[in-house]
Each structure stands twice: as structure tokens, then as C-alpha cells.
Design a protein around this ligand. Sequence first.
Ligand code: NAD
Length: 465
Amino acid sequence: MPTDEAVPSTGDRRFAVLDPATGEAFDEAPDQRPEEVDAAVDRAHRAWRGWRADPAARTAALLAAADAVESAGPELAPLLTREQGKPLAESSAEVARTVARLRYFAELDPRSRPITDGRPVRSEVRWRPLGPVAAIVPWNFPLQLASAKIAPALAAGNTMVLKPSPFTPLATRLLGEVLSTALPADVLTVVTGREPLGARLASHPGIRHVTFTGSVPTGRDVARGAAASLARVTLELGGNDAAILLDDVDVERIADRLFWAAFRNCGQVCMAVKRVYAPVRLHAQVVEALAQRAKAVAVGAGTDPRTQLGPVNNAPQLARVERYTARALADGARAAAGGRRLDRPGYFFAPTILTDVPPDSPVVTEEQFGPVLPVLPYGSLDEAVEAANGTGYGLGGSVWGTDLDRAEAVADRLECGTAWINHHAELSLAQPFAGAKESGVGVAGGPWGLYGNLRPFVLHRPEEA
Ligand code: NAD
């Protein structure tokens, strides 16, 4: 995965923020020092006392925060597009999702529960916040993922220090400013900078919960860092989701949906479709349907309203996409569409459909995280399920066909956290979100996400003194 070293310093403790549509710097952000993280954690501790005390005040503050973000949408969305690259409509949708998530968690209450086991003791489970939470997020959905950490943690009564990726620091800094108009001081602090800032935050002894979204290797580092203070860890990591097409699938009917499940946000989605398995009989038709769409899609700067697919976010990620594609082509794959970087400034890669790909090629076995999709043929359904499950990842998966009962039976065999039939990567705010295998540790989303930011506290009281 991309490393922070690729982010250029501009001296004077600032780093450059690049527009991926041009490859040029357009702004800067503070390159904060580890001591500034320490100070932010100290302040988060002090702010916790007041914030944890009054659930009704928290609800009111989070609802006001959601309103403030909604009002700031016209500023937030263009800034997000500029630093991330995604089309403006998708940035606006990301802001809307951020608002919805704040509102959802603002009104979610943990339930106290009596324990009834026949003893003459009244026992009750109550829920307590954990303390200052460290949140570290990647560059693909900076606002949406920041809010996925902020909303449940703050609703539960914790405070937070949040670090965005140095590839996309600006919209998150602005989000922090907007939220600070509705939240008490120091309940949320956004820090920006390059490594070792995240490592310092994850291993800080004052942090009680580390919630991280990013790649598997960095997730391992974060877990190691948090082990020093035995802080709780929630890890939302990479995926290599398979889509299995059944032999009764109506290819033309599902082709648009399948295409966008792989290519939305330029393929930079943890639960994008990253491999397609099609029955031998339909394989050529599926390749052709997807290739047609890949060739027709409007690629350009996210600021252009005609754009459907923006650039890859950053140079190291583009290099990874190029490397995996070149290796597949060298090993005998054929590009039915795309296959190369576009000859223009910025980090543009032609939407690519690969066929005849060796199943052990890195573009199949690893997470390409870009606009490249391998389509593989399968003989028997067992073979397809085995291939889909034959990876260390286990984030999502999908099955596509006309007979929904049969599709469901196949989906039920997928080793992942979420499976869809005739869709992919559509998530409800109310559902648990948890990767299987190396795709994650802990649960985010819905009430499970709230409880992930709380600890049970049990009070036993006798019936009589
Ligand atoms: P990354 O792991 O390189 O970086 C993620 C964050 O960690 C960034 O903020 C980075 O600055 C920080 N970081 C880097 N080294 C660190 C260290 N040693 N200690 C602490 N923090 C450190 O990931 P990325 O390239 O920014 O994002 C892409 C990855 O994120 C993909 O694997 C993708 O699948 C995954 N992702 C997962 C989900 C999910 O919910 N499961 C969602 C979005 C993205």
C-alpha cells in the first residue's frame, strides 16, 4: 500500500497536498510533531470528564454537529474532490453519508439490562465509555470513514484524536473545524502529518481504544503499537471481494451494477468487486459486457461534471495498479479494455478489464485497489466458491443470478463479513460491519459499533441489606 514517504515536505513543518487530476501541489497541511499528538491526547483526557457525564447534552451536540456539516457541504465536497480525485457528486454523497451517520449515532442509546438468574440479587449491566479514542483513516473515503469513527465513539461518551491520511488531510481538517462549532473544546482533535504520527497515536499510553481503517500490513503495526498499553483495537482492513456469477444470470441486466461495484471511486473501495468468476459458457459475454462499459466511461477530473471516473488518488497507488496490470499482461493476460496509464498529466489509468489471467497473478490474489478488474472462468460451482474463499481476505462477496434461493445458498458459503445477491458494497448504517479472516478485528456499524466503544459495567445489589 502507499507509504507516507511519498508525501512531499514543503519545509517549515508543512507538507504538500497534491491534486491527483494534475499531479501538482495545490495546498499544504501542517506536518505535526509527535509531541503535538501527546498534547492532543492530554486535552482529550481532560475533556472526557465533562463529555461522558451528560448523554442528553451529547445527543444535542451531535445533532447540532450534523446540521453544521450539512450546511458546510458546499465547501467540504469540492475540497474533497480536489485532494481525493472523486467526482463532485460522489463527494457530495460522502458528505451526506457523514451527516446521516452523525444523526444515526446521536440517537442510539446503549441499553442497560437486568440479569435474571434466579439469585436474590439485582444485577444490572450498564455501559461505560472507554476514554480517549485514537482514530486513523485512509485516503479513499476520508470524510465517510472519519465519521464512521467519530459518530459512535463520541455518542458513546468518549473523546477522540483523529488522524487522516497525509494524502487527504484538508477536507478532514475542515470537518474538524466545522464539528468544533457544535462540540465542546477538545472532544475531537484532528491532527495531520506524516509517519511516525499515526504510530505515535496508536501506541500512546493515554489512548483506550484504537480504531483503524487501512491496509493489512499497517493494521498489524497498529495492533503491535496498541499492545503496549493494551488499548482495545478495532481494525477495518483490506479486502479482495469476489463476485460469482451463476449460470442463470442475465448478463445485460446486471452488467452496469457489476461494473460500478468494481469501478466506483476508481476501484478504491475496500469492498469493491476485485475479482469476477463467470461460468465458462458465459465468460466471453461477461468480459465483453464489462469491456464495453469500461471503454464508454467518462474519465476525467472530478471537478468536471461530465466525469464518471476520476484519477487514482496518489502516485504510489498508481504505480501499484500499473505493476499488477503489467505483470498480468506479461504472464499471458489480455486487456479487453484499457491496460495502461493514460497519456495525460495526473494519475489517470484507463478502466481495465483483464481476461485469460493466471489465477495466481497478483492482480487476482492481492488487493489491486484501482480501476482494474480480472474476469476468471470457472467450471463447477464448488470450484468458484473455493476460489472466492481461497484468500486471506474476508471482507465481502456477492453472488449474481436469477434464482434467488440458489444464489442465497451460494452466498451463504462465502467466508466474509457481508455478502450480497445481485448487488455489492451497499451498506446500511444499522448493520454490523466486520471483516472475516485478515480483513478485520472487532465490529463497527449499527448498535454493534456503539458497543464497540463501550465497556460493560456490572452492578450487583442484594434484595435486602
Ligand atoms: P495505509 O494502511 O497505508 O494507511 C492508512 C492510515 O494509516 C493512513 O492514515 C496512514 O498515514 C496511517 N499509517 C501509516 N503507517 C502507520 C503506522 N505505522 N502506524 C499508524 N498509522 C499508520 O492504507 P491506505 O493506503 O491509506 O488505504 C488503503 C487501504 O485501506 C486498503 O487496503 C483498503 O482496503 C483499506 N480500507 C479498508 C476499509 C474497511 O472498512 N475495511 C475501508 C477503506 C479502506
